[in-house]
Design a protein around this ligand. Structure first.
Ligand SMILES: [Zn+2]
Length: 300
């Protein structure tokens, strides 16, 4: 009898212990779960740390090294924002030199947004086609349309930094101004998205390639940023306004024969034709055998 009582007591104790352990485990697991979620969701904006870039010759380019003889293509990044554009760049676009990809990949990029009219249409088309893209946002535009930036992020696109002001006169007067405007853009993005990491992938307004920007490229690398230009485009910032058919045509011409495409497009307020032709551009690229990816994976 006494033994049975002791046994029951022991059983009760055991049950309590098991319940306590299970509860503790559940608390720990849910905590890990939250952590995992945060970890998975943040790389979309906090570009993963890039250690090095492999080149064609299999040598390794460290972030703060400058590599000559990059892949060069002649394109223009013309009028993007009527209000801030003060110089017109008609030089060469460059991509980091690296091993040629085995498969066809297209990286769609949209600069100068978010905007109230164009960006939501772009997002809708991307969602419809189940394609992820990279948005090089402007801090000042994100401040105007924080909800649209959040939507870009929540839809799983990569958020890159295209400076806060896009004011050529200011950003290209000294490398310090450039870096400070990049940092201001980064702070704006982080504040809106409630994050505090580094928005590592940036795009220079007008492209990083002009010779006179050497000190700016070095400053960007020294501060841990990876800048990327483009090797194909739809021409939505080249000279006069283009209609949908002209944009598609330009994309087909500039992408021909290339395995990897970093495509320059714009979601500024005047670029509705870009949004309207995006579906056809995606269908063309899909039918040509390209898969789509975001630029954080370019450096893999
Ligand atoms: Zn721009």
């Amino acid at each position: 009898m006494r033994n049975r009582k002791t046994y029951r007591k022991l059983q009760k104790k055991k049950t309590i212990t098991i319940s306590f352990v299970t509860l503790t485990l559940l608390i720990i697991l849910s905590f890990i779960g939250v952590k995992t979620y945060t970890y998975i969701s943040t790389p979309r904006v906090i570009s993963p740390k890039v250690e090095s870039i492999k080149t064609k010759e299999n040598t390794v380019v460290k972030p703060n090294e400058t590599k000559k003889n990059n892949v060069s293509l002649s394109f223009q990044d013309g009028k993007e924002l009527e209000s801030t554009e003060s110089i017109r760049v008609t030089e060469t676009g460059k991509l980091p030199e690296r091993q040629v990809s085995k498969e066809k990949v297209a990286y769609l990029t949209f600069d100068d947004g978010p905007t109230a009219n164009v960006t939501p249409v772009v997002l809708e088309v991307l969602k419809k086609h189940n394609v992820k893209a990279t948005f090089f946002v402007l801090g000042k535009m994100a401040e105007k349309h924080p909800e649209i930036l959040k939507k870009e992020f929540n839809d799983g696109h990569l958020i890159g930094n295209h400076t806060y002001s896009h004011d050529y006169k200011y950003i290209y007067s000294t490398p310090d101004n450039f870096i400070s405007d990049i940092k201001k853009g980064e702070e704006t993005i982080n504040k809106i998205l409630g994050l505090d990491g580094k928005v590592q992938i940036i795009r220079f307004p007008g492209g990083s390639f002009p010779k006179k920007l050497e000190n700016y490229r070095q400053a960007a690398a020294k501060n841990g940023y990876y800048y990327i230009d483009w090797n194909s485009l739809n021409g939505d910032a080249e000279g006069g306004k283009k209609n949908e058919a002209q944009l598609i045509d330009r994309l087909i011409k500039t992408s021909k024969g290339k395995k990897e495409l970093v495509i320059l497009m714009h979601d500024a307020a005047t670029k509705m034709a870009t949004a309207n032709s995006l579906g056809q551009i995606i269908e063309y690229l899909k039918s040509s055998g390209y898969r789509f990816d975001t630029l954080n994976n370019y450096y893999k």
